[in-house]
Design a protein around this ligand. Structure first.
Ligand SMILES: Nc1ncnc2c1ncn2[C@@H]1O[C@H](COP(=O)(O)OP(=O)(O)OP(=O)(O)O)[C@@H](O)[C@H]1O
Ligand SMILES: [Mg+2]
Length: 247
């Protein structure tokens, strides 16, 4: 069974604390994380290190830097990110690493689509080039056709492609996959209050300078969006008047 269980920073292996990625507070203060659910979310403000840590975990599983599956060994940007030092300093515990899976980075989805075309793999993606589908359609097509096997699935902000309605469909798809296959796990970075609502998911927040587990209703996306939609005009007025006060 593939299962990510622990992520531990070996502090003695860190050489430069003043350089990326160890100058990011939640990475620098990382100790040992226990991953307790088959669906784990990373949440937190922009720039708090979610993608950085996710990429290092993905590298430990054997995914390429630009995403894709483990046998998608293409790299269009050498040294896309200088996270090698983090990969070396992390001890990542999987119960088993032999399964399949997919690593989906929003930035490199275009390259994944080109690669699928170039190796003639479109049959496993709905029989139509991912380039000839809209962003959201191609994303859902990838999920439906490729995210079916046992394995470890890593996704960075999947909501970027999805309308709110499709985010609900995505939750249903995740639920189907998780209930029909014990041997599947998802690690997802998100800002979406819809995706975060998945029941019994583990939510790890990167806010406040360190990584800690929080409840759904404590999460910033839930808190902010629920306050906003409760009274958008009032919220906007307050925002704009704060701004004009400071001008
Ligand atoms: N190659 C790099 N060299 C130096 N700094 C970098 C590099 N890549 C990212 N950073 C910085 O590291 C910090 C964390 O970036 P990261 O992409 O992990 O954040 P994130 O939590 O995923 O943010 P977002 O929610 O915007 O996706 C940011 O301040 C970013 O500017
Ligand atoms: Mg990110």
């Amino acid at each position: 069974m593939v299962r990510l269980k622990t992520v531990k920073l070996l502090r003695e292996s860190v050489v430069r604390w003043d350089e990326y990625p160890f100058n990011i507070p939640p990475i620098a203060s990382l100790d040992a994380l226990e991953i307790t659910s088959r669906i784990c979310f990373f949440v937190g403000e922009n720039g708090t290190g979610k993608s950085t840590l996710m990429e290092a975990i993905a590298a430990h599983y054997g995914f390429g830097r630009e995403g894709g599956s483990r046998n998608f060994s293409f790299e269009t940007t050498p040294s896309l990110r200088s996270i090698d030092s983090l990969v070396r300093a992390l001890r990542v515990g999987f119960t088993n690493r032999t399964g399949s899976g997919f690593y989906l980075r929003a930035e490199s989805f275009f390259n994944v689509a080109s690669y699928v075309d170039s190796v003639g793999g479109i049959d496993s993606y709905g029989g139509k080039s991912l380039h000839d589908q809209s962003h959201g359609e191609s994303f859902i097509s990838l999920l439906q056709h490729r995210f079916t096997r046992s394995g470890f699935y890593v996704m960075d902000e999947p909501e970027a492609a999805l309308s709110p309605q499709r985010q609900l469909s995505f939750l249903v798809l995740l639920h189907d996959l998780l209930t029909n296959n014990d041997n599947i796990q998802f690690l997802i970075a998100t800002h979406s209050p819809i995706l975060l609502a998945y029941p019994d998911a583990q939510i790890l927040s990167f806010d406040g300078g360190h990584v800690r587990e929080i409840g759904y209703r404590e999460s910033q996306p839930f808190q902010l969006v629920s306050r906003f939609v409760a009274a958008p005009e009032r919220y906007i007025n307050a925002l704009f008047s704060d701004k004009s006060d400071s001008e």
